[in-house]
Each structure stands twice: as structure tokens, then as C-alpha cells.
Ligand binder design. Sequence first.
Ligand SMILES: Nc1nc2c(ncn2[C@@H]2O[C@H](COP(=O)(O)OP(=O)(O)OP(=O)(O)O)[C@@H](O)[C@H]2O)c(=O)[nH]1
Length: 313
Amino acid sequence: MTEKKPGWFSRLTQGLSKTSQQLTEQVTSVFVANKTLDAAAVEALEDMLIESDFGPHIAASIAGKMAAKKFASTDDYAVKEALAEAIAEELKGREDRFDPLSGPKPYIVLFVGVNGSGKTTTLGKIAAALTTKGAKVLIVAGDTFRAAAVEQLKVWAERAKADFMGRKTGADAAGLAYDATVRAKEEGYDVVLIDTAGRLQNKQQLMDELLKIVRVIKKVDPDAPHETLLVLDATVGRNALSQEQIFGRQAFVSGLVMTKLDGTARGGILVPIAKASDAPIKLIGVGEDIDDLQPFRASAFARSMVGLEPLGD
Ligand SMILES: Nc1nc2c(ncn2[C@@H]2O[C@H](COP(=O)(O)OP(=O)(O)OP(=O)(O)O)[C@@H](O)[C@H]2O)c(=O)[nH]1
């Protein structure tokens, strides 16, 4: 959400430092000056990429591109730049902007994802960024099953100076989403941010509940929700990939948010998820601060992943 400003780049590079340390320390050591890689070196490179959770296909693709290159010296910078380019190529077309203030009003955003993925925090950070810009924001506590989730969201609403709507524990989440959408229309809200449950008795019930929420919102505004963000936690590695498949299969997800990239040395996981998903990546979380929720830009991300400062754009 944060606009580009001094420090934006370094937060990203800092946030991805666990991944870049693990990745580049090893990768640069594979290359020999003025020589392309031999088969054993390519395999070693593939293994390093797999260790960072790029997955076997993407690791092979990146290693293949790197194998064809000769570097005049094993100068770290040139190798890192080439690696960043290869990573960015994998992410081509997989980025998109999240810009609720340029859409219709009220702009309805649904947050989905399993508990603990960073849904509530992401919603709170977005609310804060929007109210700072002068937007009138309504936060809706659609995870009506857990009192703690409602309380956490209320705190975020106060902090962000956004309005808040919740119900008692066990209340119908779809009914709440409906009332919130009606209220937002009547009272001229710019953006409505709706949290949802991350866990019910079983997956089917969870999906049914989400689909019901979408259905009732459409009764008020057929074009809504304007955005459904699936929040995924990078630290759970390959599990995030299966979560994307479970939620993504329902086809109502319009964008992905990958959180906690600062908490893992295996940030490569974003790449197979981006490639597997029908929805683009819109935001990434690289820390706990409000400024650590950033728009996803493939090139900046790829450079930070190898420890280079992103280029200006
Ligand atoms: N380091 C780091 N922590 C994050 C990031 N995003 C979220 N968190 C933390 O992850 C934890 C879980 O986030 P929540 O927002 O509570 O997750 P949730 O998906 O809403 O989970 P429930 O509230 O349990 O449903 C919190 O301690 C957040 O501060 C991030 O990008 N980096």
C-alpha cells in the first residue's frame, strides 16, 4: 500500500534478507570466471534454488538460464543481477496493483485465508493506509466464530481511525456482510474491508460460508466484492501452495497477498504460487510495521531476493 519513498526499497531488501543470504551466498560460489556451468554445477544450482522453495520446475528453468551465461569474473554483482533477471522472468505477468480508491464506491474487499495467515493484520494495515489518505473506511468483523478475532480487528479499527461493524459470537457472517454493504452505500463509505473466518468444521463448510457471503453482497451490488484477497503465509512453505489451490479453485479470489516473507529463508515459495495461481500477487508483507505491507512488483522483489537494491521505476 505504501507509496514509493526513501526507505521503501531498503525495507523490502531488509525484509527479504533471510532468503537473499541463504540464496546468494551459495549461488555465487557455483560460477567460475569465463566458463559456463557444467552439469554438476547446474545440478548444484538447482538444489540451492529448491532449498529456497522455488520448486523443481522453476529451479530447473532458472538454473538452465544461468547455465548458459559466462561471467568475466565471478563478481557477485553480475551473478546476482543475472539471477534476479531470471527470477523476474518467471514472475512476468503475475503482478497487479491493489488500488481500492480508484474503483467504484463503496469498494468492497473480502479477505480470505486460513487462521494465522496474517489476514487481520493485513486488513488493519490496509485500513490505516487508506484512512491516512483521507478515505472513509468500514471494517467488518466477518469471522464471527472467534471473539479474539473480533477484538483484534476492533483494535486495528481504532488505530486506523476506521469505523467498525461486528456481531456477537456465532452470528451469521453473511447477514453481517449484507448489512455492512447496505450501510456503506447509504453512508457513503469509500472502502469496506470484510474479514472472514479462516477455519470452520471442515473445508466444505468454510467454502460454502465464503460463497454465501459473496452471494449476499451481490444482492446489494452485483459487481461486488470488487476484490477478494487470499492471504497466504510464506513461512508455511509448500502448505501455502496447497492453500492457494483450495481457495483458488473456488475461482472467486482476485488477488494474493503473501505475508511474513521476512520470517523465512525460503521466500522462493512466492514464485511457484504466483505461477500456479489464476490470480496475480497484489501485496507482500515483509515485516510487522504498517509500511511493511508493500505493493508487489516482480522486478523489485526479484532483486531484493538476491540482496540487490531494487532499481527505481
Ligand atoms: N513478521 C511478520 N509478521 C506478520 C506479517 N503479517 C502478519 N504478521 C503477524 O502474523 C501473526 C498472525 O497475523 P493475524 O493477522 O493475526 O492472522 P490472521 O490470519 O488474521 O489470523 P487469525 O486472527 O488467527 O485468524 C500476527 O502476529 C502478525 O503480526 C509480516 O508480513 N511479517
